[in-house]
Design a protein around this ligand. Structure first.
Ligand SMILES: Cc1cc2nc3c(=O)[nH]c(=O)nc-3n(C[C@H](O)[C@H](O)[C@H](O)COP(=O)(O)OP(=O)(O)OC[C@H]3O[C@@H](n4cnc5c(N)ncnc54)[C@H](O)[C@@H]3O)c2cc1C
Length: 405
């Protein structure tokens, strides 16, 4: 009697979660694609396994610094001065890729590479670039960016309270800076202060560890970006040589705004990565978590949440695709960078809360890798200019009328 063999039907493998639905990265040349892949692998294998512990503890993973340095990505986008160069698209994708695993690490990196190195690159003299950028590219010196003050946040363009007074070849800085990322442990601060002689804002490179009168107190009790160490800086008659004044720019608040235009655009990339991380973790969970005997991802209402998240991510990526083209041509305006940040961060608040919601109770547990993104999105919504400030920049550009007070 012939035995009848019945083929056992294997379930179809489920698609791997992928927040790059429109194949964004395919536009990168192979060499740059290799860098992005290397960074993704680093984030997934070195950062992901330990980051929740550090986030809960409110501390920075210094154990990662030696291997992070080896990635060789500090100063990406800057040509020469020992920096790796690369296209604006690569710089954006790196920010997105890092934030996809952890937004704090993206912020630590963005503050050092974008804000601190960017300030020197855009506003430093040739000698300053030669002196500081190579050591910062090698991450032998880590930088921070001190603009916000305890009493002056959104209104920095309207007047800083930190003062700079010239005495011969020395500048005397007095005042406080608040919220400064990396400040409690880094080496160099870009300090923006008001010159008492002409009332204009000027930038200074301050060496944190060797400048008498310079002190930093770590800020405690944050509920977002807990891995980034933020500090309150106090400067009490800090004497800074004229050689450390950023004298390659205009010596006005425009110098600060120029740096912020680029990094604000970069925040759009970071927050898109944050959304991708939240979405991909929520999708993986939906494929695995069973209720009523079925994966929750098979329920229509959960699928709707996932589709809405992906729609937001794609919308942000498409906006970034055009804005980075403008940036590459040197045509990105302040108001265009502002609308990118306002739009992407506002969509991100929806995305991360839908990701959280789709996971039920586990959505608020840090171990499930969505709660961290959920909380971190709040900080990006407000830093580098709040949602309202970005909206006012756009409002002024489109109406011709300023609503800043
Ligand atoms: C995690 C984190 C990291 C940061 N890192 C840095 C850093 O490295 N370096 C640095 O210099 N700063 C940093 N900041 C500071 C950040 O840029 C400021 O928090 C931000 O600019 C807002 O300032 P503020 O918090 O003082 O809020 P405020 O300026 O006090 O604003 C409070 C609220 O009022 C609204 N508001 C204010 N003025 C107006 C107006 N005219 N019209 C309508 N609404 C208005 C704001 O939008 C906001 O909702 C960081 C902040 C955070 C949270």
């Amino acid at each position: 009697m012939a035995t009848e063999k019945k083929a056992i039907k294997q379930p179809k493998p489920l698609p791997a979660p992928d927040g790059d639905f429109f194949k964004f990265k395919e536009d990168l040349p192979a060499e740059e694609m290799g860098i992005v892949k290397k960074v993704r692998e680093y984030m997934e294998t070195k950062v992901q396994p330990i980051i929740n512990k550090y986030w809960v503890e409110d501390s920075f993973p210094f154990e990662l610094l030696p291997s992070f340095k080896e990635l060789g990505i500090a100063g990406s986008g800057i040509d020469g001065y020992g920096c790796p160069g690369g296209s604006p698209l690569l710089v954006g994708l790196l920010a997105m890729e890092i934030a996809r695993t952890d937004t704090s690490i993206a912020t630590f990196f963005g503050v050092h590479s974008g804000l601190a190195m960017g300030s020197i690159h855009l506003n430093g003299t040739e000698e300053q670039k030669q002196k500081w950028l190579p050591v910062m590219a090698r991450m032998e010196k880590i930088g921070c960016f001190g603009l916000t003050e305890p009493l002056v946040g959104s209104g920095t363009g309207g007047g800083l309270l930190t003062t700079a007074k010239r005495e011969g070849d020395t500048w005397v800085l007095n005042g406080q800076k608040r919220w400064i990322g990396n400040a409690p442990w880094c080496d160099l601060s870009i300090i923006w202060a008001r010159d008492v002689a002409d009332n204009q804002v000027k930038g200074f490179i301050v060496e944190n560890k060797t400048t008498p009168g310079f002190s930093v107190e770590k800020m405690e009790g944050k509920i977002a970006l807990k891995v980034v160490q933020n500090g309150q800086i106090t400067m009490d008659n800090c004497r800074i040589p004229e050689a450390n004044r950023l004298a390659g720019g205009k010596g006005t608040f425009r110098d600060t705004a120029l740096v912020l235009r680029g990094t604000r655009h970069l925040s759009g990339w970071e927050i898109t990565g944050t959304q991708m991380g939240a979405y991909e973790n929520a999708l993986k969970y939906a494929q695995e978590r069973l209720q009523f005997g079925k994966p929750i991802g098979s329920f229509q209402l959960v699928q709707e949440l996932l589709a809405k998240m992906l729609g937001n991510i794609v919308a942000c990526q498409c906006m970034l695709a055009r804005s980075v083209e403008l940036e590459t041509k040197g045509k990105l305006t302040d108001s265009q960078a502002a609308i990118v940040k306002a739009f992407c961060t506002s969509k991100a608040r929806e995305t991360v809360s839908w990701a959280r919601e789709s996971m039920g109770g586990n959505g608020i547990l840090v171990d499930y890798n969505v709660a961290r993104h959920f909380a971190d999105a709040e900080a990006i919504y407000s830093y580098e200019g709040t949602y309202q400030m970005q909206t006012l920049i756009v409002g002024k550009a489109i109406t011709g009328l300023s609503a800043f007070v």
